[in-house]
Write a protein that binds this ligand. Sequence first.
Ligand code: FAD
Ligand code: SF4
Length: 517
Amino acid sequence: MNAALPEKIRTLVIVLGDQLDMESVALRGLDPAKDVIWMAEVAGESTYVWSSKIRTTLFVSAMRHFREALLEKGYPVLYTELGSKENKGELDKQLDASLEKYKPETIKYIEPGEHRLLKTISSVCKKNKIDFELLEDDHFLASHQDFETHAEGRKQLRMEFFYREIRKRYKVLIEDGKPVGGEWNFDSSNRQSFGKQGPELVPQRRSFKPDDITKTVIKIVNESFEDHPGDLENFNWPVTRKEALQALEDFIKDCLPNFGKHQDAMWTAEPFLNHSLISSSLNLKLLNPREVIKAAEKAYRDGKAPIESVEGFIRQILGWREYVRGIYWLYMPEYLDRNALSAQEALPDFYWTGETSMRCMNDCITQTMKYGYAHHIQRLMVTGLFSLMYGINPKEIHAWYLAVYVDAVEWVELPNTLGMSQYGDGGVTASKPYVATGKYIQRMSNYCSGCQYNPAESVGENACPFTTLYWDFLMRHENSLKKNNRMAMQLRNLNRLSEEKKDKIQDQAKRLRCNKI
Ligand code: FAD
Ligand code: SF4
């Protein structure tokens, strides 16, 4: 039951779909007799990129569950549902209409996860001449100011230094001022493949059976976004805080002990392995990174998980997650237009269907469309690597990643895609382009054993497209890559190839691009 709206609204508090935290700074000190929470499901947020049905369902279902939780606590909520009569379809129009109608004295909102929305909301407030208070999101361990201070005067930003700084500040895995286990980073122990026998016992995942709210949302999404990618048959993502906490608990107990060793490994038809699957819960704010880090550290202190796994996991959250956020807000909005390698190819259609004879791409894309999920190495070293070497325009591949993953919010997706994966930011996020031949995929997975191509071959009928495109990439960018010491060995190997072989590789790469593979 919705509490009655006050006759005159003092503060309208905007809660966006990725701000579903009952402890959030925006909800502190609200007076239900005077203040109202505003939430809106708008189709525009699912169409400005071709958002997968899975992603839209997760956001809308989690929002509806959050509305229920707010109402239970007695907060008045002004909520617009998809398809309702009052729905204007776009966030700015919806907000504009509410401001016109209810004329609140002030607006309060936490900084959105996208620069685009930051601008949208402030423009609507300004147009309506309403005072607004923009709050910084204290869900994160590092503030914007922390990152700016860290970045100041540095020629190059590197995640590792920022990570150590934040770890020291919060005393995570630190004893007597030193890192537990004697090392800051156990990455070198965390890159093993499964070997020929494949993964042992992959933990069974809990089933989050869709309840009535989720079932209704699935129906609406299937009808309203019928032609969008993704399949809702397997929808199994946490949509409430309670479910997110269960997913975290399962991960710590069943997966964390083996998380580290095979963190980078891939295996056909095993989409989840020992990964946590908590990114969407973190990004929707159903989980707080502090509680996740604390739970992982406790598992180490209780002797339930080795340091390699625990440090490796904590580094992803306390290190990478905070670091990419810092980059996003430091460099936006111009960051979005960067294209350091002048990549101009269109996104091949098979990114939406998985219909390609490349087994690795087929497996990663098919699972993405089925679950809205792929783990980091599948994103970075399969779909991302292909795009980088093929030369897909960063804006097109960015729109794909933002559309297809359940955890996709621009502040985290863009630096990972444009920066880490595509080197489109010219080296701000990654120290060199992550390029490799098909042999990397062969080493880290079993994909190649069932593929018609051979990762050892770069020309001819059986040549692996990754291997062809790898050499072609080095040739196309040789001059700029020469300036990067970390590319020296790869360029030395390139120069061992005969001119005749180089010509054949370039011909083959051209044909790959023409035939769209
Ligand atoms: P785990 O492997 O279990 O890792 C634990 C947690 O660490 C994750 O839940 C996540 O919160 C965090 N994490 C791990 N790696 C990163 C990273 N590189 N950057 C930020 N956080 C990280 N992550 C997103 O949350 N949203 C995105 O839209 C997104 N887009 C990506 C696009 C590309 C091209 C690449 C290469 C990576 C992207 N990532 C993104 C990072 C990473 O792939 C996902 O966070 C991870 O795969 C989520 O699965 P998991 O929860 O099982 O993670
Ligand atoms: Fe992928 Fe090449 Fe291996 Fe085929 S041979 S699975 S295309 S890396």
